[in-house]
Design a protein around this ligand. Sequence first.
Ligand code: ADP
Ligand code: MG
Length: 574
Amino acid sequence: MASEQQLMQTLHRIDGKGYKAYKDIQGDYNFSGFRLYVDHVQGDPFASPSLLRVRVPAAEAAFPEDLFNNYVRRVALQDYLTRCFARQIRELPRQNRGSGKSGTLLIDSCGQEILERTAMLVNSDYVEARFSLGLPARGRTVLGREAAEIFSREIPAIVKGALKYSSLDGRELRHHVNTAEDQHYLRRLLQERGWIAFVGNGAVLPRKSGVSDRPLNTPGLVLFNSPDSLEEEVELPHAGKIKGMAIPEGVTLIVGGGYHGKSTLLRALERGVYNHIPGDGRDYVVSRDDTVKIRAEDGRRIANVNISPFINNLPQGIETKDFSSEDASGSTSQAANIMEALEVGTSLLLLDEDTSATNFMIRDRRMQALVSKEKEPITPFIDKVKLLSEEKGVSTVLVVGGSGDYFDVADRVIMMEEYKPVEVTDEARRIAAEMSTHRRKEGSESFGSLPQRFPLSRGMEPRKGKKIKIAARSLNAIQYGEQNINLAFVEQLVDYSQTRAIGEILYYLYRKEYLDGRYSLREAIEKLLEELEQNSQDILSPYRDQHPGYLAMPRKYEIAAAINRMLGLKVQQD
Ligand code: ADP
Ligand code: MG
């Protein structure tokens, strides 16, 4: 371990030299009150920035133990500190420190969710932040003095401002951690009470815009308020008693006129699998953590999925128990999305008519009369939704503004009226009794078994040419070897760092040979998640012992979604 002074001496010595001289600073250094690790030095000024860590001993950081004494609280504390660290960086005086990204400090950025990230680690020994720095240069010449200033002034200021309990707003921090724990508690309560989701009164569901996930704050905003018939009171460990709408298991319809807030409610449930930061407006909006949003996704690839509960008798005798397609239709893609969710294990499906294939959702009496069942491969969702609930214990929440045929299969109906929910189950029942649809039920009496598939690593080659190539190109796209994985329609993937983690996870599964036919897809993912839990996401790091810094934990459904969309995926069915 070298001293801060030695780092300064090195930086002054290499000042004015070629950029490669920066390699000399790799190593770790004792600063006053913390340790600095220079893990990876960039090869040139335009390459990805250098990777650094600072580690503050617990005695210096002085966070009360109860802020990180369980998983949920620790993740929330880490999240809070990551945000503080980012704020400290933003508040540094802006200076021109040379060409390109010279002098730019960066830590992973956080959105409205509280996710487990590799950017920050708190344990009983230390607090560690993982971040990056563009080592300053003019052209390709080391600006050693500029670098010295960053190391000796800026980084210590950030550490002092963000990683020490005494510098932080203790009340705000505690509230952050408690809010996360309350949401976690509420999510667990769902299971116990036989609910699938809870939406607290006073919640803000709409978002600022299609591109901003922040809460809407216009004067026209209508706060959520539960219908009396669905209102329940719960007691949370920190917030105490709160009331809100509890949706029981079964088949729930969300109906109402266009633009009355149906999709907004559904989207809030979609995101209810994650904890949100205080002030997000969805602080007490939670859904089962195994909730999966289902949509049509025409054009996607499908590899050996049994879609036979929904699709049969395709033209030319194409088999649907083991269905593959390079370019699926709206209905077959939606069927595959459901079967894949069931394969990984879910207890709640969310569907919105806005993003569903019409012929997958419904086939009315008149169409049944014109096109006989023998000529129609699709058994619509309306004929399966009750079976899913009763036979498989899988509930559904469905937005339908257009088809009253669903009244026959619904356990409850919630109407959105000017952004206010009203329960209209009895009325819908009465209407269903008075106006028969004369629809014939289609499909078999049982949903059928849910086969597991066993992926093979043949299709998981991570190399492009000779080099291993894995990179998240955006929130929705991973380059993996020769292939591009398109996740644009995987709607519960919310953070770029989750996408990066999924890329690394695919490679990990490949390296560990978990996809060699021994394990089913579900088993392989569960095994991996267990290993991540026992160690940490650090084991995914492409730099091995060095810090990964830019990963956030994805859910198993989004990992499966990526594998299922790989162009090279090969599987065996059991
Ligand atoms: P629907 O699915 O019923 O057609 P949306 O959920 O898409 O309606 O909502 C339509 C618009 O109303 C969106 O722009 C949304 O942001 C806005 N909105 C939704 N809920 C509220 C609310 N509670 N208060 C104010 N505006 C809302
Ligand atoms: Mg809508």
